[in-house]
Design a binder for this molecule. Structure first.
Ligand code: SAH
Length: 342
């Protein structure tokens, strides 16, 4: 049965209208399932018997089930069941807010050399409801409201673009979950045509780009997507995005020991970003058992940080939260698959 969580408000309006119901019924249903979080359509008290019965015979209200959870003092990582597959999401509790990192695909086809998710190829895209239900399921399980969402879990969001955009519509809908667009960040490896499309949406959702290298030679070695879209093309697309939205872009840069952490790299990065509305997030590498890469020392990260900062580049170092619970992209799912397959 189709999940009700696949439908944007617009889509629900058109389904209901074409079945003889009223436009305002869609708002009542949205408020019932997203504000009151009913687990049965019968519990939406302000709609007719006919509508209740139409909804229950055509749509499911099921949440996802939790297969596994790993917890430390401020981070929980969950493995959630979706039919024959599983997906990951990570809850991070800060003093001021909670953030949830969610996935958009089962596996990933981008094959970044340092990333655990890329080792397990993409099995399929997540549906709209599977993206949205990560949020609803964790909120219910932990009895919390999530303030921030980062779309940085497994998968390449812009490789599942249409479902991503609908899921964002549902997550931010004022009649529904109503998470502020500015509290959501989408991270992409740099699929250029989709950056233009995303810019044209003119949403307030934040955009982050996994750059990880300041020149094409190095970036192509780390990220095969760079063979399709060169750094200069990504930069042009980001200029367009900034012009359209006036939003600051985050540049993600994983610090890989002896690979992209040199002074030369720092200066190349400066000339690439200088004067642009961009902020660099240096990410300490979470080493994985299968990886040839090593984590940089704190000193190296600091030196790199200092060079950028003293040259007028906005920069920060990402706080690490999930290191001891397989928090890096794809690690929990990968370790589960291996345990089951061996
Ligand atoms: N496909 C998207 C989003 C998923 S990855 C993207 O490429 O942005 C989210 C972020 O985690 C990316 O910046 C990715 O490069 C980074 N990442 C992957 N493996 C990592 C690891 N082992 N340690 C630290 N960051 C990692």
């Amino acid at each position: 049965m189709n999940s009700i969580f696949n439908l944007t408000l617009e889509e629900l309006i058109s389904v209901l209208e074409s079945n003889g119901f009223k436009k305002y019924n869609a708002t009542q249903v949205f408020e019932g399932i997203y504000k009151k979080r009913v687990s049965d359509f019968d519990d939406i008290s302000n709609i007719s018997k006919e509508l209740k019965s139409f909804l229950s015979s055509n749509y499911s209200l099921d949440y996802l089930s939790v297969i596994d959870a790993l917890k430390n003092e401020n981070t929980n990582k969950y493995l959630l069941n979706i039919g024959t597959e599983s997906i990951e999401c990570v809850l991070m509790k800060h003093d001021y807010a909670t953030s949830l990192c969610i996935s958009t695909q089962v596996g990933c086809n981008m094959s970044c050399a340092f990333c655990e998710s890329g080792r397990l190829k993409k099995v399929r895209d997540l549906s709209v409801s599977e993206i949205v239900l990560q949020v609803l399921t964790i909120e219910k399980l932990e009895n919390i409201r999530i303030q921030n969402i980062v779309i940085m879990g497994i998968g390449e969001p812009f490789d599942n673009y249409d479902n991503l955009v609908k899921a964002l519509d549902i997550l931010t809908c004022p009649k529904g979950i109503e998470i502020g667009s500015r509290h959501i960040t989408v991270s992409t490896c740099g699929i250029v045509p989709k950056i233009y499309e995303f810019a044209d949406l003119k949403t307030q959702v934040n955009l982050a780009i996994s750059l990880h290298a300041p020149n094409d030679m190095l970036r192509s070695k780390l990220m095969p997507i760079n063979k399709a879209y060169k750094i200069s093309e990504v930069m042009e697309a980001l200029d367009y995005y900034i012009e359209k939205t006036n939003r600051r872009v985050t540049i993600e840069y994983i610090m890989l020991d002896g690979v992209n952490d040199t002074k030369e790299c720092a200066y190349e990065l400066i000339s690439l970003l200088k004067g642009k509305l961009m902020y660099v997030n240096l990410i300490p590498y979470n080493s994985t058992s299968h990886s040839e890469f090593k984590r940089c020392s704190k000193e190296k990260i600091n030196n790199f940080y200092q060079i950028l900062s003293s040259n007028g580049i906005g920069v920060g170092v990402r706080r690490e939260m999930g290191k001891n619970i397989k928090g890096a992209c794809g690690q929990l799912r990968a370790s589960h698959k291996e345990n089951h397959e061996n």
